[in-house]
Design a protein around this ligand. Structure first.
Ligand SMILES: Nc1ncnc2c1ncn2[C@@H]1O[C@H](COP(=O)(O)OP(=O)(O)O)[C@@H](O)[C@H]1O
Ligand SMILES: [Mg+2]
Length: 377
């Protein structure tokens, strides 16, 4: 995790040393100098005379998202009130008492962590799981993501491929990503916003893709803890993270499912698939501690004249089918062969309308959301 940056804007070297000594034990902070260009999470000033207040006030006004501590030998209540009104977060009287400094920094860290948690829980994870191989899980995941990014609501959407050997998203979107999540797992200690922004590839639809390694070659399966860290960062950056889970049902997949707002289980009109779906739902609920309400069944490649009727399908699954996707061999095949999402191949087709309709009615917020800004450094 990135350390919280504390900038010491102190003219007095002895005071600077005393502060550094007092906070030595904190491992999640890094002290930087006044001239350092990095954006600090906390800036510490010394108030030598009351006139310094104007300079500090202007700093607070022009610097977003930074806390300010004031160190001062003057504990005049008038000055204190003025400082607090300006937005100073902590006021420490001189001479510095190490315990007092520690207490204030501890409170600062608590506030930062709380803030981070609230912002990190804002993105929603939608997992797409196959009840069998070849039922259209990747097709559904890719085109859901694209439809969400194209919905005109300025939503930021990421697509994460968890199929270890058969990750096909880059092929379906005709992109050649330089990195995959295997690179992240190998460099977990470097994982931060900056690293993540360099690793995801942007598709012309606006979707940011994090592909899978696609070969075994010593690729470790990401442990659940690593997945947690990755999802923390992704949910902080994106409004939606669509995960193509394929049929992976290991501990890491379970972690993703537990963190998902919605789970789409993809099935087709075949009895073995429907019965697998039924068992998958039961396992998720009974062993994975997953709320049944967030599981949706997607009946893909639907044919009205299929041998298994819709009523039979629902009976087999033991749950109402949430979404029916028509069988459209021509459009899906030409999408695969041209490396384009369905909407770029046939924008007016029934299958594209079906994606847009489901996204609009079931996945998108009804209030227009403010776009999250992707920070490029
Ligand atoms: N709605 C559909 N209609 C017709 N063919 C489809 C549909 N959805 C997927 N397919 C086809 O099924 C095959 C498998 O799809 P894919 O998304 O790769 O499945 P999975 O990820 O479950 O292995 C592909 O050839 C794809 O074009
Ligand atoms: Mg697939």
């Amino acid at each position: 995790m990135k350390p919280f940056l504390i900038k010491l804007a102190l003219n007095n070297i002895i005071l600077e040393d005393e502060f550094k000594q007092a906070v030595q034990e904190f491992k999640t902070i890094e002290i930087i100098g006044e001239l350092d260009q990095k954006k600090a999470d906390l800036t510490v000033f010394e108030l030598e005379s009351e006139s310094d207040l104007d300079r500090i006030q202007s700093y607070i006004k022009h610097t977003e998202d930074t806390e300010v501590f004031l160190l001062s030998g003057n504990s005049d209540p008038q000055v204190l009130i003025k400082a607090i009104r300006m937005g100073v977060n902590e006021f420490l009287t001189l001479p510095l008492k190490p315990e007092g400094v520690k207490e204030s920094v501890r409170r600062f860290l608590d506030r930062q962590k709380k803030r981070k948690r609230t912002s990190e829980t804002s993105g929603q994870i939608i997992s797409v799981v196959g009840s069998k191989g070849g039922v259209g899980t990747t097709t559904i995941a890719v085109n859901l993501a694209v439809s969400m990014a194209q919905a005109g609501k300025e939503l930021s959407v990421a697509l994460l491929d968890m199929n270890i050997l058969f990750g096909e998203i880059p092929m379906l979107l005709n992109i050649s990503p330089k990195y995959h999540w295997g690179d992240i797992i190998k460099n977990m200690d470097r994982l931060d916003d900056f690293f993540l922004s360099n690793i995801l590839s942007e598709h012309s639809s606006g979707v940011h893709v994090l592909p899978s390694p696609r070969y075994l070659n010593n690729q470790p399966v990401p442990p659940p803890s690593a997945m947690d860290t990755l999802l923390d960062l992704m949910t902080a950056r994106y409004d939606y993270i669509i995960v193509d889970l394929g049929q992976s049902l290991n501990e890491t997949a379970l972690k993703i499912l537990q963190r998902s707002e919605q789970i789409e289980i993809v099935t087709i009109q075949s009895l073995p698939c429907l019965s697998n779906t039924n068992r998958l739902i039961k396992s998720f609920v009974d062993f994975g501690d997953i709320n049944k309400g967030k599981i949706n069944v997607v009946l893909n490649r639907y044919l009205k004249k299929g041998m298994v009727t819709l009523a039979n399908a629902q009976e087999g699954v033991g749950k109402t089918i949430s979404w029916i996707v028509p069988n459209d061999y021509t459009t899906t095949m030409s999408a695969i062969n041209s490396g384009k999402p369905l909407y770029q191949v046939s924008p007016r087709s029934q299958i594209v309308e079906c994606f847009n309709d489901y996204v609009e009615k079931n996945l998108l917020p009804h209030e227009k959301k403010e776009k999250k800004k992707w920070k490029w450094f």
